[in-house]
Design a binder for this molecule. Structure first.
Ligand SMILES: *[C@@H]1O[C@H](CO)[C@@H](O)[C@H](O)[C@H]1NC(C)=O
Ligand SMILES: *[C@@H]1O[C@H](CO)[C@@H](O)[C@H](O)[C@H]1NC(C)=O
Ligand SMILES: *[C@@H]1O[C@H](CO)[C@@H](O)[C@H](O)[C@H]1NC(C)=O
Ligand SMILES: *[C@@H]1O[C@H](CO)[C@@H](O)[C@H](O)[C@H]1NC(C)=O
Ligand SMILES: *[C@@H]1O[C@H](CO)[C@@H](O)[C@H](O)[C@H]1NC(C)=O
Ligand SMILES: *[C@@H]1O[C@H](CO)[C@@H](O)[C@H](O)[C@H]1NC(C)=O
Ligand SMILES: *[C@@H]1O[C@H](CO)[C@@H](O)[C@H](O)[C@H]1NC(C)=O
Length: 818
């Protein structure tokens, strides 16, 4: 169908002799201007001075309908503006474009008594004396004083060009918006409209027949809140957002020397930013990008996660309003508060991080207020449900307050913080279904344990009665752990002097110390006041950790308990932690492939020991590059194992902090070391450690962190799928590798990908990993990891029939890598 959209080249018949207006010379491409008394018709065109754009008649549907339009000279099929969208001409030969006596640009139909098919009908009192097509694609009517009285940029059809505005003139109420073509061969306005919503914080919305389909989110000072990728082509175009008393508008401009670009609302309702590369229009960005961009995908108070195993979740403190629908993956009903707000002092705010802000329609915006002031205002107004900064620059300024439902919130890269009002009880307690489940499981386990215990007691009594031997339970757990005096440790660290501080983590501060006998130690002062564990339990746990001794575990030498102070003493590792090497641009070169491989094996062996070889099997829970320490010989030693258990209260609290974000939702599944099942419902198993090991493996190989802004797993998978795994290898070591070592690296990457499989059952056990790494056993082929799940077809979502007719003219390459 698009093929026929070319301007006429066939028809040269011009039965226009009866016209008093003087037609321009018969050559097809003419001047860039029309003045009173001149006209073009048939296949004649206006060309912009530099020849970039042309204006003329083009046809669709086998030359049966003709329209006046503007297109890029190099791409006649990519029509950027249409005059007579609703009223086509039957033949090009009958069309006449001229300046009327009143100074309007008109399209006349010579076949029906010069009827005016279309007129620019400018509202200006001044009459235009000249119409000019400019090199930016703007058709401008100017009066005698060369003041523009009408321009096509103010009446866009389905396309914005560099310099044309989307928005609204707040004085006159004039709206600059676009509407899609009805179909590829019908430029009349279709079902979709793209308009600026100026209620609340201005944002751009795509509507379909009066219902909202997609929103960009409000402007946050740098970009639209829901369009993180906008900034990725800032080298090509420049964005300007204007919000004054006179107008709200969004304009982009092609940078000097950059190719022509356009922003099109296409027939399927998608916004496409296209750049002309000299041969075709490349799509640089398009929205909606995924299911989560579809307006209200998860209903009020829902949060959408496009990379999660489950797409929709509820904001913390909310539960699905219709659980039955929700289970059937129909989240449109959204979520409801689980505890009614108290108002007054009974509420607090929960920080939902990294989101596209909810719809601001009906919110109040004050760009002048600080974020702190915003919090005070929201907290003192009982109807305020949430607040956020209106401008993310400078750490966040300005104030948006929401007063009702929070609609259309989703996680995005570089998203913003949204502060959601919750009842105090929801803020601190876990009242989600997950925790209820945990309670039930715990109850079952406790009951079972009690049963076993009583059974054991009976047996034990019998044995005791028989042998009369008394076993002292305390003797069994009293271990090799040394107890230090606080004074000794104080002396060793110069009174816990800050200059001796070598690390700081969730559990406390670590100091370097030197004992009287010259032995170097690491002294970990646990954060005071957090432990709820009794003295005896603490001691038992420390003894247990001290018993775990392995070449690849950092050795716990002893502890010190003094009043509320709890201190652990470890062997000192002179080369600090692994992350100070692999993520450091200079030091990473010090780690040859050989060394990296030794470290990988070391961590694997240490972990295997924790998992099954020691008498007390243990899940590390927090394996990461910062927890792998290196001794003088660069031998890797895992640290911080068992410590989460020491501090059950802190440990759980931290876990909660990290995972609570939403209900049923892996917030961190895409970055860091947390496995999807752990992020989702706090499920702890050996497989959580295997997952973390997989991430660590990929990080050691690539020298890059797995984080929100760079998804290492997705990147590794992409390369693996294209058989280019070795491109993942840190360039700092790649060149020095022998063919055997390269082969080893390939295997390692495959093992890494196996370890980060979505389902824990698909991940190998630590015991199986070591033979794979040493190439004694071939690793299986990994499946696509969870973070790379494809989003289903947008066209399906929008419910639009895809145009299957031959799209010969317009082959679009989607450059948007996701
Ligand atoms: C255009 O014309 C060709 C042949 O003349 C015909 O096969 C085709 O169906 C026509 N297409 C439309 C959209 O009318
Ligand atoms: C085009 O042709 C159709 C049918 O032949 C007719 O109804 C219509 O009025 C014509 N339009 C114009 C603008 O001449
Ligand atoms: C068309 O308009 C011209 C003046 O612009 C006039 O001379 C001519 O007679 C008109 N033709 C018809 C059929 O009305
Ligand atoms: C939108 O409206 C048009 C005409 O009013 C109708 O033909 C079309 O089916 C509607 N589409 C949807 C999705 O409601
Ligand atoms: C509209 O744009 C989307 C996104 O780029 C694309 O998938 C779709 O095929 C386009 N539809 C048409 C009719 O060109
Ligand atoms: C989804 O649930 C809502 C109520 O929450 C209901 O009105 C709607 O019909 C459901 N949609 C589907 C497709 O089941
Ligand atoms: C709370 O905010 C709403 C909406 O801005 C406003 O109408 C109302 O007066 C405010 N209430 C108080 C107590 O400030």
């Amino acid at each position: 169908a698009r093929k026929t959209m070319r301007p006429s080249q066939r028809r040269h018949r011009l039965p226009l002799a009866f016209l008093s207006v003087l037609l321009l010379t018969s050559s097809a491409v003419a001047d860039s201007t029309l003045t009173q008394g001149t006209a073009i018709g048939g296949d004649q065109r206006l060309a912009s001075p530099g020849g970039v754009f042309q204006l003329g008649l083009f046809s669709v549907a086998n030359n049966t309908r003709w329209f006046l339009g503007i297109w890029l000279t190099a791409s006649p099929a990519g029509v950027v503006w249409v005059a007579n969208r609703d009223r086509p001409l039957n033949a090009s030969s009958s069309g006449i474009v001229a300046l009327s006596g009143r100074g309007d640009l008109v399209l006349l139909d010579a076949a029906s008594n010069n009827e005016t098919i279309w007129s620019s009908s400018s509202s200006s009192s001044a009459a235009a004396s000249v119409a000019q097509l400019r090199d930016d694609g703007n058709l401008v009517l100017a009066d005698a004083a060369d003041v523009a009285v009408w321009q096509s940029f103010d009446h866009p059809t389905n396309t914005f060009l560099s310099g044309s505005r989307a928005g609204q003139d707040l004085r006159t109420g004039v709206v600059w918006s676009v509407s899609s073509w009805r179909s590829a061969d019908d430029p009349s306005p279709g079902d979709f409209r793209y308009v600026m919503d100026t209620r609340g914080s201005p944002e751009l919305h795509v509507w379909r027949n009066g219902s909202k389909r997609y929103r960009t989110g409000p402007w946050n000072g740098l970009r639209f809140s829901g369009c993180p990728d906008m900034t990725t082509f800032e080298d090509l175009v420049e964005f300007r957002f204007t919000h004054t008393a006179d107008e709200v508008s969004f304009v982009y401009r092609d940078r000097v020397g950059s190719p022509v670009s356009r922003l099109v609302l296409n027939e399927s309702g998608a916004m496409q930013r296209m750049v002309w590369d000299g041969a075709l229009w490349r799509v640089f960005w398009s929205g909606p990008r995924d299911q989560c961009d579809i307006y209200g995908a998860c209903g009020p108070f829902g949060v959408c996660n496009a990379v999660g195993a489950v797409m929709c979740g509820c904001i913390k403190g909310f539960i699905p309003s219709s659980p039955a629908e929700w289970r059937m993956r129909n989240a449109s009903g959204g979520c409801a508060r689980s505890t009614v707000l108290q108002c007054g002092g009974g509420d607090g705010f929960y920080t939902l991080r990294g989101v596209k802000l909810p719809e601001t329609h009906g919110s109040s915006v004050d760009a002048g207020a600080s974020l702190a002031e915003c919090g005070r205002r929201c907290s003192s107004n009982c109807s305020c449900t949430a607040y956020a900064a209106s401008d993310i620059r400078g750490g966040g300024t300005g104030c948006i307050q929401w007063f009702g439902e929070l609609m259309d919130t989703r996680f995005v890269d570089d998203g913003q913080d949204l502060f959601v009002r919750l009842a105090m009880s929801d803020l601190h307690l876990e009242t989600t279904k997950t925790s209820k489940l945990v309670v039930i499981i715990a109850a079952v386990i406790t009951a079972f344990a009690l049963l076993l215990l009583s059974l054991g007691l009976v047996i034990w009594r019998k044995i005791r009665q028989r042998s009369k031997q008394v076993t002292n339970f305390d003797d069994m757990v009293r271990g090799e752990c040394l107890t230090y005096h606080l004074e000794t440790l104080r002396d060793a660290t110069d009174g816990f002097c800050p200059k001796n501080e070598i690390g700081r983590g969730g559990f406390g501060i670590v100091y370097k110390g030197q004992m009287e006998d010259g032995q170097e130690v690491a002294v970990k002062k646990l954060s005071a006041g957090n432990s709820v564990q009794g003295l005896k339990e603490f001691k038992n746990e420390v003894d247990l950790i001290a018993k775990l001794q392995h070449r690849n575990l950092v050795r716990l030498l002893g502890c010190c308990i003094h009043c509320s102070e709890r201190i652990l003493v470890y062997e000192y590792m002179s080369n600090k932690s692994l992350d100070t090497f692999i993520f450091d641009p200079r030091r990473r070169a010090d780690l040859s492939w050989r060394t990296r491989m030794d470290i990988i094996f070391g961590v694997a062996r240490g972990l295997l020991y924790l998992h099954q070889d020691s008498r007390h099997t243990m899940i590390h829970r927090d394996l990461k590059a910062a927890n792998v320490l290196l001794d003088r010989e660069m031998v890797a030693k895992i640290s911080d194992f068992g410590i989460a258990k020491l501090f059950s209260s802190i440990g759980d609290h931290q876990v909660t902090e990290r995972i609570v974000g939403t209900y049923m939702l892996p917030v961190c599944g895409c970055s860091g070391y947390m496995s999807p099942e752990y992020a989702m419902d706090g499920m702890v198993s050996f497989m959580q450690d295997v997952y973390s090991f997989g991430v660590l493996l990929l990080e050691i190989i690539s020298g890059r962190r797995n984080q929100r802004s760079f998804n290492l797993i997705a990147h590794a998978w992409g390369l693996f799928e294209e058989n280019k795994s070795l491109e993942l290898l840190d360039p700092a070591v790649r060149d020095g590798c022998s063919p055997t070592e390269l082969e080893q690296a390939t295997t390692c990457i495959q093992v890494g990908l196996l370890c980060v499989q979505e389902s824990p059952s698909q991940r190998p056990q630590m015991a199986a990993i070591i033979p794979m790494l040493s190439q004694q056993q071939a690793p299986g082929r990994p499946l696509r990891p969870v973070v790379c799940m494809p989003v289903s077809s947008l066209v399906d979502l929008l419910g639009v029939q895809e145009d299957t007719s031959g799209n010969a003219e317009l082959t679009i390459t989607n450059l948007e890598g996701r």
